[in-house]
Design a protein around this ligand. Structure first.
Ligand code: NAD
Ligand code: USQ
Length: 398
């Protein structure tokens, strides 16, 4: 298969590109390296020493004998170049990772809110328009988020994208329908994934584009068998208050002796998946595309759910770290339950990497190994969700 990986320099896109290249697919990476630029803006860096794109691709060529093309372009801004790329590379599939993905970054200020919406919505829409314009039959695999469903307690198992409903009708029988599961995003970033969903539904209906939207949980872990082949192939590991995600932050904090930063009561329950399972899911999604004219396929790409305070206690037990309950900088439910259906990937053959199998190894192999590169001043999460929080108004008065 000829596969274009948009956002192929990122945390998910880089290991996914190598995995697909290793399987024998022809890969072209498209990325404007904006994530590396945001690191500079934030004065933060990956805990792991990531090589430049040129060095990465040379290392992959040396270790695998395979070459990957790289196109440095902004898919939200450079429409003509994107359209030209699609019509000349002629992909069978595009995997779309190229969005601003940090909720805290998206909530920092007016500039980051506007950038996140402008970048993400335009990127997705430009891709869909460019495919329609090319006249090619390209399967789009998009990385969405579990956060489109929201984190209240649903009182039911969250289905894969579509909800069965019954509506009253004028005749006696109620009508059964399937609708997109009602959305309830918790940040400007998560809201852009809700907007993406509607773009996909429209283009699948109007232009019969074949689209798979993967509602992915929080990734943990760092490396895959391919990124371990050389230090120049190493994947990024974000730990700063904006881009670091909860479990990887806890692992890193344990390694550097920083009390684990549980927001609020830690009663937030979230969905998780290991990075090695993420690359397998991308492969499975590419191998099982929807038919032309079919509605958007939505899969829940997660393997387990955990409460944040339970994760902190687990990491503390394994590593001897302290746990600190800090005021929650976000506006989110203090406690929620989460039950998720993930049958599609399990039925397609995914064998999940369980948390207890990999945690300790991750602390040893990555977090402790690169602990000397950590900047402790970048650990606290400083992005506040509301102006009331910024003004220091206590919770009860908000
Ligand atoms: P990342 O920031 O590491 O990677 C995104 C890549 O896209 C970066 O290399 C960036 O430079 C590039 N990019 C962004 N805007 C672009 C544009 N306009 N043109 C070209 N390139 C652009 O993020 P990630 O963690 O790899 O996440 C990838 C996708 O997966 C995102 O869409 C994210 O929403 C989704 N996701 C991530 C997680 C997670 O835990 N990391 C969980 C669920 C879903
Ligand atoms: N949290 C802490 N302590 C920390 C960091 C986070 O308690 O030091 C809490 C947060 O308050 C939140 C939960 O952990 O309740 C998850 O936060 P996170 O930063 O790990 O995840 P989130 O902001 O939801 O975003 C990440 C990715 C995003 C992806 C999403 C999947 O950055 O790209 O879409 O996970 S999901 O959460 O399933 O929507």
């Amino acid at each position: 298969m000829r596969v274009a990986v948009l956002g192929g320099d990122g945390f998910c896109g880089w290991p996914a590109s190598l995995h697909l290249s290793d399987l024998g697919h022809t890969i072209a990476i498209v990325d404007n390296l904006s994530r590396r630029q945001i690191d500079k803006e934030l004065g933060a860096e990956s805990l792991t020493p990531i090589a430049t794109m040129g060095e990465r691709l040379a290392a992959w060529q040396e270790t695998s004998g395979k070459s990957i093309e790289f196109h440095n372009l902004d898919i939200a801004q450079d429409y003509a170049e994107l359209a030209e790329f699609i019509s000349t590379f002629r992909p069978d599939a595009v995997v779309h990772f190229a969005e601003q993905r940090a909720a805290p970054y998206s909530m920092k200020n007016h500039a980051t809110k506007r950038y996140t919406v402008d970048n993400n919505v335009r990127a997705t829409h430009n891709l869909l328009v460019a495919i329609v314009e090319s006249g090619l039959d390209v399967h789009v695999v998009h990385l969405g988020t579990m956060g489109v469903y929201g984190y209240g307690t649903a009182g039911m198992k969250i289905p894969e994208g579509y909800l069965d409903v019954q509506v009253a009708s004028e005749s006696s029988e109620p009508l059964s329908q399937q609708i997109l599961y009602p959305t309830n995003p918790g940040s400007v970033y998560h809201m852009t994934k809700v907007l993406d969903q509607h773009l996909f539904a429209y283009y699948a209906k109007n232009d019969e584009l074949r689209i798979t939207d993967l509602h992915q949980g929080i990734i943990w872990g760092t490396n895959t068998p391919q990124t371990l082949r050389s230090e120049r192939l190493i994947n990024r590991f974000d730990y700063d208050g904006d881009y670091g995600t909860v479990l990887n932050r806890f692992l890193m904090q344990a390694a550097v002796g920083y009390p684990l930063t549980v927001h609020g009561t830690g009663g937030q329950t979230r969905a998780f998946i290991h990075i090695r399972d993420m690359v397998t899911c991308i492969q499975l999604a590419l191998e099982n595309p929807p038919a032309k004219g079919e509605r958007v396929k939505i899969y829940n790409q997660m393997t387990e759910t955990h409460r944040v305070r339970d994760l902190a206690e687990l990491v503390a037990r394994l590593s001897g770290a302290q746990v600190a309950y800090v005021p929650n900088p976000r506006k989110e439910s203090a406690e929620n339950e989460l039950y998720v259906s993930n049958d599609t990937f399990l039925d397609l053959g995914l064998h999940p990497t369980r948390l207890e199998e990999g945690l300790l190894q991750e602390v040893e192999d990555v977090a402790r190994k690169y602990a000397h590169r950590a900047d402790r001043s970048k650990i606290p999460a400083r992005s506040l969700w509301t102006s009331a929080q910024a003004a220091g108004v206590p919770d009860s008065e908000k």
